[in-house]
Ligand binder design. Structure first.
Ligand SMILES: *Cc1c(COP(=O)(O)O)cnc(C)c1O
Length: 457
């Protein structure tokens, strides 16, 4: 093919805009870049066919189009899947979001007085009530919460932060405790060994420059065997005797005892941390709490007031959409405190759903998929996990639909489902694609039935 025979941008864009929902300027930019590449190839001596060029550009545009943020049916059995957006929101929170998002609100306006109001005042009071804490506030995520705590407490000469070697955690996605400390201007003082840290290790590390002791929850791994660490109350006494605070990053922070909802480990609660003598605790809003991405800080009133006065606080404050969803989530906890089984928080509902119900749904789905020659479909017992850096050893009994394709390859089947609308993501086990019902909502069963029928017939 000669350069002059290359397809025209305009013609290609017209035909592609019929098969992809992308805005035309994106399609045109994409085609221009791709044609430039082909032009270089031709100059180098390649002789591509027109059809190959068109197929390649279409494939690439579909690939790009699939990266657009869109709903996914989560069949992985991982309840708080960081790649799939962590915690889904309940109906109450979602409809409140819709109302606030499409109009004006009293974000910083005192309605009774008609004067300027305080942002998140209601939410902070509700949070403090729920967490049984003197004070609470909220920022963009738990990483930001930890950074602002460190910036406030560890600065100037008094910047040493004591951390046990067993807690120098990497959470993933560039979150490593030593690096977070460094960015915050704090100086890390490591104590103890990986498996054992004694109270005397902490004691020996204290200097006039010690700013705080930091505890970090081992969210995504566990240490077993020959291990020891001092009790929080001992550490708290040590810190207070020496005149500095004890801070804990508990990561997920379950508000209720999650081990009462499902046969899983006990995840530390912020309430217990504060009761045991932690001065400030921080945790994520979109892990086990089941709310929006946010970082909650709770504890000592003076410390929280100081944090809120930091200029950096302004850079990590939440917007009204997050504040609305979090407000609804916290109210939901307060409303259902007496009977958690009534909760509207999807993560908790999915966690607590009886396996028998999942089995009934799986049977229903299978019954509806017309007889297919392209796969053997069965119901299997599976194991769901909490994910999201919580309870790494937890195994929640669950039910999955297992599809062993016979007409098409396993890869092709998985890819077809992943790129359908809505996208369906499962996990593979040997020669089967499995869809775990614990993370699939009942209202998505119809989509699963339809897509499987369509793909396997
Ligand atoms: C998940 C986690 C974080 C990070 O929380 P984000 O809200 O994602 O910023 C920090 N610390 C611990 C211990 C965690 O488990």
């Amino acid at each position: 093919m000669s350069l002059r025979e290359l397809p025209s941008v305009e013609k290609l864009a017209n035909s592609l805009s019929k098969v992809t929902p992308l805005p035309k300027p994106l399609i045109i930019g994409f085609i221009r870049r791709e044609l430039d590449n082909w032009r270089q190839q031709i100059i180098k001596g390649d002789d591509p066919k027109r059809a190959d060029i068109e197929t390649s550009i279409t494939e690439k545009i579909n690939h790009f189009s699939a990266s657009r943020l869109q709903p996914v049916i989560n069949g992985t059995g991982v309840l708080i899947h960081t790649n799939l957006g962590r915690s889904p929101l309940g109906q109450t929170a979602a409809s409140a979001l819709q109302k606030i998002a499409t109009g004006y609100s009293n974000l910083e306006f005192n309605l009774p007085e008609g004067t300027r109001g305080k942002r998140a005042e209601y939410l902070e009071t509700a949070l403090a009530c729920l967490l049984d804490a003197p004070s609470a506030t909220v920022v963009n995520n738990c990483a930001a919460a930890l950074v602002i705590i460190l910036r406030h407490l560890a600065n100037g000469k008094k910047n040493e932060v004591i951390v046990s070697r067993g807690e120098l955690v990497e959470i993933g996605g560039g979150f490593r405790i030593p690096e977070i400390l460094e960015t915050s201007g704090a100086k890390l003082v490591e104590v103890g060994a990986t498996n054992k840290t004694h109270i005397s290790d902490y004691e020996k590390a204290i200097t006039p420059n010690t700013a705080l002791i930091l505890k970090v929850h081992r969210s995504n791994f566990f240490i077993g065997g020959f291990t020891a660490e001092p009790h929080i109350s001992e550490l708290s006494q040590l810190a207070h005797k020496n005149g500095f605070p004890l801070v804990e990053d508990i990561g997920s922070g379950a508000i209720m005892n999650t081990d009462e909802l499902a046969p899983i480990d006990h995840e530390p609660t912020p309430q217990a941390a504060l009761r045991n003598g932690i001065d400030l605790v921080c945790f994520s809003g979109d892990k086990l709490l089941g709310g929006p991405q946010s970082g909650i800080i709770a504890g000592n009133t003076d410390l929280i007031a100081g944090i809120k006065k930091e200029p950096f606080y302004r850079a990590i404050r939440c917007d009204k959409l997050i504040l609305t969803v979090l407000q609804e989530s916290i109210d939901e906890y307060l409303r259902t405190q007496a009977d958690p089984s009534q909760t509207d928080i999807p993560t908790l509902k999915n966690l607590a759903e009886p396996t028998e119900n999942l089995k009934l749904r799986a049977q229903n789905i299978i019954k509806k998929i017309s007889k297919t020659s392209k796969a053997d479909i069965s119901i299997i017992s599976s194991t769901a996990t909490t994910g999201g850096g919580t309870m790494p050893t937890s195994q929640i009994p669950s039910i999955a639909i297992a599809i062993k394709p016979t007409g098409i390859s396993l890869n092709k089947l998985s890819r077809t489902l992943r790129t359908s609308t809505p996208a369906i993501v499962g996990y593979t086990e040997q020669d089967k694609l499995c869809l775990d019902l614990r993370t699939i909502f009942p209202w998505q069963d119809k989509d699963i039935t339809n897509k499987l029928t369509e793909t396997l017939n």
